[in-house]
Design a protein around this ligand. Structure first.
Ligand code: F6P
Length: 324
């Protein structure tokens, strides 16, 4: 292997720049060329490439987002698009690639490997922490800290006005952010897609908290939760049926995707980036590199895509107990 390409794909996440930096510097360490591909698979199809040397990634470790930019490519879903991408790789004499993204990106990558027998390894980069085969994904820790910081501020005003706040957090179909940030921020209730609490049980539980002496309340709602899907309607329902608090809604939105990566995410991204290059040099392909019990692990793309993370029941229990 003489030349490795790196790209970021799907929703960006804090720490992607640190991962690119690690791939670039690892290539330099092994004396091989590194090519940055701009705008994910979209840029791959168009040949939007730039040679990256160790100094081109200076001052990147602390920057949120991805300087290579990201996209969700429709064209790469077509055979024609993938054919063009392969031609661009051939033209540039690229031997292997590192794809940093989520399961959509890995699905595209694994189809590409099957069609062209082109070596690719993946790194899990998403704030959602919804990828099987790794305990955590790059960006998740930073997103959790952003959410907790925001909810701490909401708590101040909720408390001053004796209000109930519904705070919507990201996570697509996964409740990881909601559950962990909910515990970290001391939420009364956490609504996640993996578990359907139901509106009536929610009202009953809020009545119990009120009786137990609580004067304000924070409910963390994952964007994929069934009863939280329309958060403003849920707010009206709670106001009418609980009749105890004024209810306000805060949708945290894309602030969860930005910001300087936490130290944890920087170290994780650096470890995974170095491992990605090591794996390609070892002749590996069609795998995602993750972390489990603080050890680097690998999982075939097919498994990372097919499986989903199970709900951590211990965390659900903790959330219930500490919100009593
Ligand atoms: O996958 C990351 C994520 O931020 C999800 O949490 C969210 O559902 C989605 O991306 C938002 O996507 P978009 O970037 O298209 O707004």
């Amino acid at each position: 292997i003489q030349k490795i390409a790196v790209l970021t794909s799907g929703g960006d996440s804090p720490g992607m720049n640190a991962a690119i930096r690690a791939v670039v510097r690892s290539c330099a360490f092994h004396k091989i060329k590194c090519i940055g591909v701009f705008r994910g698979f979209e840029g791959l199809i168009e040949g939007d490439f730039k040679t990256l040397g160790p100094r081109t990634v200076k001052n990147m470790i602390n920057r949120g987002g991805t300087f290579l930019k990201s996209a969700r490519s429709k064209a790469f879903k077509t055979k024609e698009g993938r054919e063009k991408a392969y031609q661009q790789l051939q033209k540039e004499q690229i031997d292997a690639m590192v794809v940093i993204g989520g399961d959509g990106s890995f699905t595209g990558a694994s189809i590409f490997i099957e069609e062209f027998n082109f070596p690719i390894v993946g790194l899990p980069g998403t704030i959602d922490n919804d990828i099987y085969g790794t305990d955590v994904t790059i960006g998740y820790d930073t997103a959790l800290n952003t959410v907790v910081e925001a909810i701490d501020k909401i708590r101040d005003t909720a408390n001053s006005h004796n209000r109930l706040f519904l705070v919507e957090v990201m996570g697509r179909n996964a409740g990881s952010i909601a559950l962990n940030a909910g515990i970290g921020a001391g939420a009364e209730e956490i609504l996640i897609p993996e578990e359907n609490l139901g509106r009536d049980r929610l009202i009953d539980s809020l009545k119990r908290s009120k009786k137990a002496g609580k004067t304000s309340s924070i409910i963390v709602v994952s964007e994929g939760d069934q009863i939280g899907k329309n958060i403003f309607k849920l707010a009206d329902y709670i106001e009418e049926n609980l009749n105890e608090y004024e209810v306000r809604v805060t949708v945290l939105g894309h602030i969860q995707r930005g910001g300087a990566p936490s130290c944890y995410d920087r170290v994780l991204a650096s470890r995974l980036g170095v491992s990605a290059v090591d794996s390609l040099l070892d002749g590996k392909s069609n795998i995602m590199i993750g972390i489990s019990h603080n050890q680097i692990t690998t999982v075939p793309f097919s498994e990372a895509i097919k499986n989903s993370n199970e709900l951590d029941l211990e965390l659900v229990r903790v959330a219930d107990i500490v919100s009593t």
